[in-house]
Design a binder for this molecule. Structure first.
Ligand SMILES: Cc1cc2nc3c(=O)[nH]c(=O)nc-3n(C[C@H](O)[C@H](O)[C@H](O)COP(=O)(O)OP(=O)(O)OC[C@H]3O[C@@H](n4cnc5c(N)ncnc54)[C@H](O)[C@@H]3O)c2cc1C
Length: 431
């Protein structure tokens, strides 16, 4: 019989106030923003309850690599109980936020459970914006969760299997990506690399020339947030990978197996990937909190929700602005810095100090296109592309990942991927 070593049981915060006099901070959402807030409260005299609908944190920037069989799902997911294991100030509660009672200071989860708070930090992220385009929600795929990434991978490989068994029919090997921002460019590049390489090695009865990857962008250039030279570089690199880039084309509707553009063009396809815009989760509309541009929750300069003295909204879901009054981008860095700032303001309020305004420090933006091709733009005007930018992109993503096992696994997978020309987990899961 194996005997487990007995452990000292550490006290963790309970759901109802223990009367300890310590303030209760409830953090909803265990993404970049929520985890940064929890971490920043670690040496404080607060009891923290972290709530998330999943029992793991997802590293969204690498989801597209799960979708294209570059990484395993477990590489980009980190169990939250493991994150909090060494954190005595915090405990985890799996649940989905349903409502907030701002007057009585409690949240209600979908299963009916309520949790009291003294301070609430909302960091529930974002999901896809379909702009009301007919059929887009129903007949396209977005990648915001691990389930969605696995679903895309399944779908891609089902299309390959179908084509191998029955021949290429009805555009079955045409993959359309909508949206030429960083996510769309990454997806288009990765799908093109996967499709061409997988067909050469695993589906040898298929002709790689039958694969079409089409990237649709309604603006006149890709990667609008980057300098024009980098946009042009991205377009060239995508073309070199066999991606057809359609600029100044907008989507009219998405039907099963067909996408219709406003120009009248129709494209039969096997999969539409939606990377055209970001919206807040639908639950935000039921929280009775003020919302602004993009449906994001309106916050003051200290990141407290307008009209509330104890609720903060951070990351993608909060409408924080820069010095010029422009909304901060929905990216990892504003979320990390915002989560940290909210935690600091909670501590200031507990101590009876006044709060301070949030100042976002822009550390630069990156996007990858594929093997040895990426773009990096730093705030000081430095712009990189090619192998150097790609290596910087790889390094930064490994450093930001949670957990040593995940870091090691991702690095190993990438090395293997590089040497073997992309032989990753090419499996169809489920029925
Ligand atoms: C495919 C993709 C690629 C990206 N690539 C990059 C990149 O290269 N660089 C970059 O900087 N940014 C990138 N981003 C954007 C970046 O991931 C987000 O800006 C960032 O994750 C926002 O952090 P957040 O904490 O606000 O939200 P998230 O990280 O999305 O976390 C939100 C958390 O809230 C939980 N949640 C949601 N609703 C509820 C609910 N009702 N109840 C309980 N829990 C809930 C979710 O499960 C999740 O854990 C990418 C995003 C995507 C989708």
């Amino acid at each position: 019989m194996i005997q487990l070593k007995s452990k000292v049981v550490k006290e963790k915060p309970e759901l109802r106030s223990s009367g300890s006099g310590r303030k209760r901070v409830v953090v909803v959402g265990a993404g970049f923003a929520g985890l940064s807030a929890v971490e920043s409260l670690k040496d404080s005299q607060t009891d923290v309850i972290l709530v998330d609908r999943h029992n793991f944190s997802t590293f969204q920037p690498l989801l597209y690599q799960v979708a294209t069989a570059g990484l395993n799902p477990g590489d980009v997911a980190f169990p939250l109980r493991t994150v909090l294991r060494a954190r005595n100030h915090a405990r985890f509660e799996q649940g989905t936020l349903a409502s907030v009672d701002a007057e009585k200071h409690f949240v209600t989860l979908e299963d009916g459970k309520t949790i009291d708070y003294d301070y609430l930090v909302l960091g529930i992220g974002a999901n896809a914006n379909y702009f009301g385009i007919k059929g887009a929600r129903e007949h396209s795929h977005a990648i915001y969760t691990l389930d969605e990434a696995i679903d895309v991978r399944n779908h891609l490989f089902r299309q390959f299997e179908r084509a191998a068994s029955h021949g290429v029919r009805d555009g079955g090997l045409t993959f359309v990506v909508v949206g030429g921002g960083a996510t769309g460019v990454e997806m288009a590049g990765a799908v093109a690399e996967l499709a061409h390489k997988a067909l050469y090695t695993d589906y040898t009865t298929l002709n790689p020339d039958d694969v079409r990857v089409i990237l649709i962008e309604q603006n006149s250039r890709l990667l609008e947030a980057f300098h024009e030279d980098l946009s042009e570089y991205a377009r060239r690199e995508l073309r070199a990978r066999g991606v057809t880039v359609l600029l100044q084309e907008a989507v009219e509707s998405v039907d099963p197996g067909k996408i219709v553009l406003k120009s009248g063009r129709e494209i039969e396809n096997g999969l539409v990937l939606w990377a055209a815009g970001v919206a807040v989760p639908p639950v935000v509309n039921h929280l009775n909190l003020p919302t602004g541009r993009g449906g994001r929750i309106m916050v003051g300069s200290d990141l407290r929700v307008i009209g509330s003295d104890s609720i903060f909204a951070v990351g993608d879901v909060g409408l924080a602005v820069n010095d010029k009054g422009d909304p901060l981008p929905q990216l990892a860095q504003p979320a990390i810095q915002g989560g940290r700032h909210a935690a600091e303001q909670v501590l200031a309020l507990i101590d009876g100090r006044s709060t301070s305004p949030f100042r976002y420090r822009d550390k630069g933006t990156m996007a990858t296109i594929g093997r040895r091709a990426a773009v990096t733009e730093m705030p000081v005007g430095i712009r990189l592309n090619g192998t150097l930018a790609w290596l910087a992109w790889l390094g930064l993503h490994v450093v930001t990942l949670l957990g040593s096992r995940n870091k090691a696994s991702v690095m190993l997978n990438w090395m293997w991927h590089y040497i073997s020309w992309g032989k990753g987990p090419r499996v169809i899961l489920g029925g």
